[in-house]
Write a protein that binds this ligand. Structure first.
Ligand code: KIV
Length: 280
């Protein structure tokens, strides 16, 4: 039994709202309603985020940076991901739960399936994999086992050393073309969702025209079906320098709940992200 069944202390808006699922996210896309996503790593923040209206919680391997103090996500292990997924699953109210497959998940299809299975057993309802069209066989294997998959494209932080830093991706014509192709091929191989990070808005637009599955963005402009932020960036507790799309939503609010609710409103009303918070 999870906490969804024991919600007598929740506000009415949350109490009366059905749990978010893959099909409700697809419905949101069809209705052109924006999906609100946020990272969470523990039960308390998962609960507050759900009460503030966040649809999708990501247990991101960004925890390696914002919780553990590393300079990249590479030191994060599957054991760390399982532990934080269990914590979030205990606290969530209605949000869907997505967990990151950490660095070296794609050493082999067997390793990927094994680790994804551990995340699902810990409470995830979809796993996220950093990849490109080379990952189609991984997506197919995961889907065969009943594991929904989101593929992360663009600035994939596990590849930071290959990129030579945290840089905007898809700026050159051939790289942009490859991203659009990746998105189409991965949708055809069964991916349920895409996450686009740090790409020019013109490339986002082409991907949005090319695929039918929900697409979440971070630093990818306002055309995606939803937005995601790292909790610590939203609350202004991650150290500078900050990426262009980072906004501290706590500045004008007097509680963490109000800050997350302000972010949710801004995404739904499409006042976040602005043009100035996007790459052109
Ligand atoms: O790990 C993470 O938090 C992420 C987000 C930046 C999308 O992948």
């Amino acid at each position: 039994m999870n906490n969804n069944s024991n919600n007598s202390t929740l506000p009415n808006t949350v109490k009366n709202t059905a749990p978010v699922t893959l099909s409700s996210l697809q419905k949101q896309k069809a209705l052109k309603e924006k999906t609100t996503c946020l990272t969470a790593y523990d039960a308390s923040f998962a609960r507050v985020a759900g009460e503030a209206g966040v649809d999708l919680l990501l247990i991101g391997d960004s925890l390696g940076m914002v919780l553990q103090g590393n300079t990249s996500t590479l030191p994060v292990s599957i054991e760390h991901m399982v532990y934080h997924t269990e914590c979030v699953a205990r606290g969530r109210v209605r949000s869907m739960i997505m967990s990151d497959l950490p660095f070296l998940s794609t050493v082999s299809e067997i390793q990927c399936l094994d680790w994804a299975g551990k995340l699902m057993q810990a409470g995830a309802e979809i796993v996220k994999l950093e990849g490109g069209q080379w990952a189609t066989s991984y997506v197919e294997q995961l889907k065969r086992c009943g594991i929904p998959v989101c593929v992360h494209l663009g600035l994939t932080p596990q590849y930071v050393h290959q990129f030579g830093g945290y840089k905007v991706q898809g700026k050159k014509l051939d790289a942009a073309q490859r991203l659009i192709e990746d998105a189409q091929v991965l949708e055809n191989s069964g991916a349920d969702m895409l996450l686009l990070e740090c790409i020019p808005i013109s490339v986002t637009e082409k991907i949005m025209n090319a695929v039918h599955i929900p697409v979440i963005g971070i630093g990818a402009g306002k055309l995606t079906d939803g937005q995601i932020l790292v909790m610590h960036d939203l609350l202004g507790v991650s150290p500078p320098p900050h990426a262009r799309f980072v906004e501290n939503f706590l500045t004008n609010q007097n509680s963490i709940h109000a800050a997350i609710a302000a972010y949710v409103d801004a995404v739904r009303n499409q006042t976040y992200p602005t043009d100035a918070q996007s790459f052109h």
